[in-house]
Ligand binder design. Sequence first.
Ligand code: ZN
Length: 63
Amino acid sequence: MMKLACKDLDPETDCHFEATGNSTKEVAGKMMKHMKEAHTDKMKEMGMSDADMMKMFESKVHA
Ligand SMILES: [Zn+2]
């Protein structure tokens, strides 16, 4: 099982969401969907393209 939590991306966040899946791409995709639903302000602040965000998520996914 691979996973990536909002706290992995931002230790200061109060969000307890954790994306899980069988592959890095699946987890990164779920995190992207969650970010778009719950953290649109944060995404704007980061100013990254979707492709760059996906790469960043993929690099942080862990077992
Ligand atoms: Zn979150």
